[in-house]
Design a protein around this ligand. Structure first.
Ligand code: ASP
Length: 449
C-alpha cells in the first residue's frame, strides 16, 4: 500500500481535486490518502487555513464572525458546485464550523486548534464524497477513531508513540481512505494541530504506521531543486536525496517538505517521493537512506532568515565549570529552544529563531545573564540568516570550505559564524539577512554553475 499526501495547492479548487482523484485512481495501491486544506488558487488568494484563523480571531474578539465564516463556507460551496456534488456537503461543513464556534469555552488556544483543523477535516469529507459520486469505494477517516494521538501542545503537537499500533489497523480497511492531515487528538480528547504545514507530518506517520511501500508527497513542483527557484532561475533538479540531506535542507528553508516530516519514515526506512500533482508523470525526487554520490559533493544550498544571535563574552570563560549549563538554563527557564551554540575561548553565541524572542523577553534575559553570570558583555544581533551547503558527498572531501568561503568572499558577504557538525554533511554560515540572496547566488555559481 502507498500513502499519498496532497498539499493545499493540489486541492485549491474543483479542477485540482479532479486531478488528485485521477492520480489516486490511476494506481490501485494508492489507498491511504492524506489531504491538506484548500490552498491558494492564485498568488494573491488566501488559504482556507488562514481564513479559518481570521474567523477564530474575530470570534475571540467579538463573539461572532459571520462574514469570516461565510468566506470559508464560500470556498467549499464553490468547490462542491464545480464538482457537481449535492448541497448536503456544504450544509454539513457549515454546521461543523458553527458547532466548533459554539464550543468556544474561553480557551483561545484550544479553540484556535479546533478551528484550524476544520480545513483539513472538511476537505477530507468532501474528497471522499466526490470519489463516491464517481462510483468508487472511498471513506473519510476520523483521526480520533483511527488513533492519531498527539501531545497536548496546541499548534505544536507531536505524535505519541502509541498511535502507531492503532493506526496500523487502517491496513485492514477496504477501499480508498481519505485521512485529514494536520491534526489529531490529545489523550484528553482535544483537537490538536501540528505546526503550520504539518499535513506532511500526518502522511509520514501514517506511512510508518502501515509500513507503506512508499510515501508519495504530491505538491506543485516537479522535484526538489538544488536551490530556491525564487533566487536562482531554473536551478538544477534533484533526483535522489538522503533523509539526512533533506532534513538539513528543509531545516534551512526548503519549504517543499515540513521540517519535521521525515522522522517517522526515516525510522522505518520508507522511501519518500516528492511529486507534482500538475505533472504526475514527472519522475520527482526520491528520498532514501543511502544514495550513490555521482553528482558532486554538494546536493543543495539552503538559506533561511529570521535568526538572532545572543553574543556573550567573559574573560576566562573556558576555565569556568558550568558556565554553559547556567547560560542555557536561563534559556530553558524562558521556554526558548536554541538552534546553535558556536563558541570561542572567552565567548559563546546562542542562535535562536527570532520570533521566539520579543523585546521584553530580551530585556529580562539580558538582565539575568548580566547579573547571574557576571559576564563582561552581552549583546543581541538581529536579522541574521543561515546559509547552508548540504551533501553526503562533502564527507571527507578536502577543500569544500575553501570553495564555499571563497565564493562568499567574492560576493563580498561577511561570514559571522561557521558551523560544521562532525557528520560533515552540512556546512553552515551565519550572515546578515540582507546578504542571503547574494550568498546563495555565489554558492550556486561555485558548486553548480
Ligand atoms: N493547512 C495547514 C496549513 O496551511 C497544514 C498544511 O497545509 O499542511 O498550515
Amino acid at each position: 500500500m502507498k500513502v499519498a499526501k496532497f498539499g493545499g495547492t493540489s486541492l485549491a479548487n474543483a479542477e485540482q481535486i479532479k486531478k488528485v482523484c485521477s492520480i489516486i485512481t490511476s494506481d490501485s495501491e494508492r489507498r491511504l490518502v492524506v489531504v491538506s486544506a484548500p490552498g491558494k488558487r492564485s498568488r494573491d488568494d488566501i488559504k482556507v487555513t488562514d481564513l479559518l484563523i481570521k474567523c477564530a480571531l474575530k470570534y475571540i474578539s467579538d463573539g461572532a464572525a459571520e462574514e469570516e465564516l461565510k468566506a470559508v463556507v464560500g470556498r467549499y460551496a464553490e468547490i462542491s458546485r464545480d464538482l457537481n456534488l449535492d448541497s448536503g456537503i456544504v450544509e454539513l461543513i457549515e454546521n461543523d464550523l458553527r458547532q466548533r464556534m459554539s464550543n468556544y469555552g474561553n480557551d483561545n488556544d484550544r479553540f484556535m486548534d479546533s478551528m484550524k483543523a476544520a480545513g483539513e477535516d472538511n476537505t477530507a469529507k468532501l474528497v471522499a464524497k466526490y470519489l463516491n459520486s464517481l462510483g468508487l469505494e472511498a471513506s473519510y477517516i476520523n483521526p480520533r477513531e483511527a488513533g492519531m494521538l498527539l501531545s497536548d501542545e496546541f499548534g505544536n503537537a507531536r505524535v505519541l508513540p502509541e498511535s502507531y499500533e492503532k493506526l496500523e489497523k487502517l491496513k485492514d480497511k477496504s477501499g480508498i481512505m481519505i485521512f485529514p492531515g494536520f491534526f489529531g487528538y490529545s489523550k484528553g480528547g482535544d483537537v490538536v494541530t501540528f505546526p503550520r504545514g504539518g499535513s506532511d507530518i500526518t502522511g509520514s506517520i501514517l506511512a510508518a504506521a502501515i509500513k507503506a511501500e512508499v510515501y508519495e508527497n504530491f505538491t506543485d513542483v516537479d522535484s526538489v531543486f538544488v536551490a530556491n527557484p525564487n533566487i536562482i532561475s531554473n536551478p538544477k533538479a534533484i533526483s535522489v536525496l538522503t533523509y539526512r540531506e533533506m532534513r538539513e535542507l528543509s531545516y534551512a528553508g526548503f519549504s517543499v517538505l515540513h521540517e519535521e516530516t521525515l522522522e517517522p519514515v526515516y525510522r522505518m526506512g520508507i522511501p519518500v517521493c516528492i511529486k507534482n500533482t500538475n505533472n504526475p508523470s514527472a519522475q520527482g525526487t526520491l528520498i532514501v537512506l543511502k544514495r550513490e554520490i555521482n553528482n558532486g559533493p554538494v546536493a543543495g544550498i539552503a538559506s533561511d532568515s529570521g535568526f538572532c544571535n545572543i553574543f556573550v563574552s567573559k574573560y576566562m570563560m573556558n576555565r569556568e565549570v558550568g558556565f554553559g549549563r547556567k547560560l542555557l538554563q536561563i534559556f530553558e527557564d524562558e521556554g526558548l529552544s536554541y538552534e546553535h551554540i558556536p563558541s570561542g575561548i572567552d565567548n559563546i553565541s546562542v542562535i535562536l529563531r527570532e520570533k521566539q524572542f520579543d523585546e521584553t523577553t530580551e530585556q529580562r534575559m539580558l538582565k539575568r545573564i548580566r547579573e547571574e553570570l557576571s559576564v563582561d558583555d552581552v549583546t543581541v544581533e538581529r536579522n541574521r540568516a543561515l546559509v547552508m551547503i548540504v551533501g553526503e558527498g562533502m564527507t571527507r572531501t578536502v577543500g569544500i570550505a575553501v570553495r564555499a568561503t571563497g565564493a562568499l568572499a567574492g560576493a563580498n558577504v561577511n561570514i559571522e559564524m561557521i558551523n560544521q557538525g562532525s557528520s560533515e554533511v552540512s556546512l553552515m554560515f551565519g550572515i546578515k539577512s540582507e546578504d542571503a540572496v547574494n550568498a546563495v547566488k555565489s554558492l550556486y555559481q561555485e558548486f553548480f554553475g
